[in-house]
Write a new protein. Structure first.
Length: 128
């Protein structure tokens, strides 16, 4: 948000609070406890927003699916990273970069399909 927009927004909020203050000054005493409860709710929501963790975006491929590194992909398919490095050519993968050390990445959905194709005891489909 631009600095000018923040100032304008702060000014608008202040005007709204001035309106609320004038209402409170005219509010009958019997209605003040309920009003104080409503103000406490507003304060709780504001504090919750201030203390909420900021979500961190994960790297994603063009389809919006997570790209997993070797260690994470190996854990996902319940194998060691060493096994995956040795056998990556039989597992669906992406090579990021060129040269002697390209980065290997794996899509979770591709790994799910690969696991389904290679699970033990899977019945062979006839082509008849």
């Amino acid at each position: 948000m631009a600095a000018g927009s923040q100032v304008e927004r702060g000014s608008a909020v202040r005007q709204e609070l001035e309106t609320v203050l004038s209402v409170v000054r005219a509010l009958p005493s019997a209605e003040l406890p309920a009003f104080i409860g409503q103000i406490a709710e507003v304060q709780a929501v504001a504090l919750a927003r201030l203390t909420a963790p900021v979500p961190v975006a994960l790297p994603a491929d063009r389809d919006g699916q997570d790209l997993l590194d070797v260690e994470t992909a190996a854990n996902y398919i319940n194998m060691s990273a060493k096994w995956l490095y040795r056998n990556y050519t039989i597992v669906p993968h992406l090579r990021i970069g060129n040269g002697t050390r390209p980065r290997l990445r794996f899509r979770r959905r591709d790994l799910d399909g690969w696991i389904e194709e290679h699970r033990a005891g899977k019945a062979k489909r006839s082509k008849h």
